[in-house]
Every structure is written in C-alpha cells, then in structure tokens.
Design a protein around this ligand. Structure first.
Ligand code: SF4
Length: 113
C-alpha cells in the first residue's frame, strides 16, 4: 500500500503546501492543503478524498485478491486515478519471483530479532 493512501501521511513543501504523492508534485490533484505558520492544517477534503478512498471495498477484483491485506487496492492511488485500472504492484504480476525474496527478508528479520 502506498503511503499516499494513508490518511496521516503528507508531503510538506517548503512553502507550506501539502501533497499526498511524492512523484506528481506539480499535479493539481496532489495539492491537498496547506500548513499554516501557526502549525494548523488546512485540508481540501475534495482533493484529499480520491487519495484515501478504500478501493478494495468496491473493486471486486481486489476483494478476491490474495494481496489485498497488504495492498488494499492502493498500491498507487495516482495510477488508479490516471488510468481507472487496478494499480497492482510488481509482486502481484510476478508472485513466483517475489515469494523467495519475501521469505528471505522474513528470515533476515527473525535472525536479527
Ligand atoms: S494487488 Fe491488485 S487486485 Fe490485489 S488488492 Fe492490490 S490492486 Fe487490488
């Protein structure tokens, strides 16, 4: 799941603008609010909503997907907004190649704990 889809995750620009995505910095849809000098957040709910919508609740493909617990249909909200298609991550497209990597990472974590 992309951090842009998390409700508490924002990019704070040097001029106080707030973005969700760290890639589409000049995209108008990504200008979701402003951080005021007094520290208050001014959010544009209409701009914010498309980044946070839970697509897995309405997308029947996501509902039957084994990766849904990790992805929630939000691997890339920008991709979904741009194409209207499911933004499946590489792990979904080539799961056989990713599975050994995931297992290796899990073993490393359990060794270091
Ligand atoms: S991997 Fe694709 S189908 Fe599965 S939850 Fe993510 S976007 Fe939906």
């Amino acid at each position: 799941m992309c951090y842009a889809a998390l409700p508490f995750s924002f990019v704070v620009r040097a001029d106080g603008r707030l973005n969700k995505c760290t890639v589409a910095l000049d995209d108008e849809r990504n200008q979701v609010g402003r951080l005021a000098p007094d520290g208050s957040l001014h959010l544009d709910q209409d701009r914010l909503r498309p980044w946070l919508v839970d697509n897995a609740l309405t997308d029947t493909g996501c509902q039957s997907c084994a990766l849904r617990p990790a992805c929630q249909g939000a691997a890339c909200p920008l991709d979904r907004m741009n194409t209207g298609e499911r933004p499946c991550p590489d792990a979904k497209r080539d799961f056989k190649a990713y599975l050994p990597l995931l297992l290796a990472g899990r073993q490393e974590v359990s060794v270091t704990q």
